[in-house]
Design a protein around this ligand. Sequence first.
Ligand code: ADP
Length: 295
Amino acid sequence: RVVVVGSANVDLVVDVPRHPAGGETILGGELRRTPGGKGANQAVAAARAGGADTTFVGALGRDDSAELLLGSLVGADVRTDAVERVDSPTGTALITVSPDGENAIVVAPGANAHVRIGAAQTERIAAADVVLAQLEIPLDTVVAAAGARRDGALFVLNAAPSRELPDEVWDQLDVLVVNEHEAADLAGASAEPESLAAALLARVPAVVITLGARGSLVAERDVLAVRVPAAPVEAVDTTGAGDTYCGVLAAALARGAGLAEAARLAGAAGALAVTRPGAQDAVPRAADVAALAER
Ligand code: ADP
């Protein structure tokens, strides 16, 4: 069982000829409204692409956006009974995409600022084999979620978006998942992935660094670090690749897979995700992930 604790956002996406400067108005293309947010994306990935019994712990408003997100979660067989409805609007990401594919994003956290670990959430977390969180919700909530897990359950943190982590988080971490930028932020300097991983292993037992089209790096204390290559694919939209990777990694770890094997499946899922537009809409099915991972 996997419990994902995190954010849920509706992504409002519009293609623009270029990103507007301050004070400027620009006409864009047709508006797309799609389910996103790192937490909800990772929950959908753990369930649909990872095949895990998955519960999402998060907060939604009482609005149409909440219905869109619940529909996506339920459609992927994610359990939503520990999702709270609050008075703030559902989290929303305002995204403009320029012709070169570069995104400019503003996130209005809304309900995500109110994710909390109450009795219902504690009960779900205590039954999990893996608890997976990210940093789009309050840090206190991340700490409480990690603390509610049973002995032997893994706490996996995708430390995104980048922010400093307090000791209470470092001390509870079993597996840290970051991309190269986040790894450099946490290590306090940029360097080769192997060096970044070595530096981070001083604080966590296991580190996974995702490297986009170059795959990922898996490093554990007292084990030689391994590179997991990415499958060559035609990239259409890289949104949600990292989230798909994290969700599938958590699902595989919950089944008892080793970290390198989990990373191989996660990488296959991430590669398939970049071949389709959107975040949750791009999450592949478990059978397709397994087929690609076996090639
Ligand atoms: P983030 O979006 O968080 O920066 P990455 O870009 O590193 O995350 O992508 C996460 C994972 O998805 C990578 O480790 C890789 O396995 C897979 N992936 C991402 N982009 C590609 C790509 N262009 N081709 C193949 N696999 C990819």
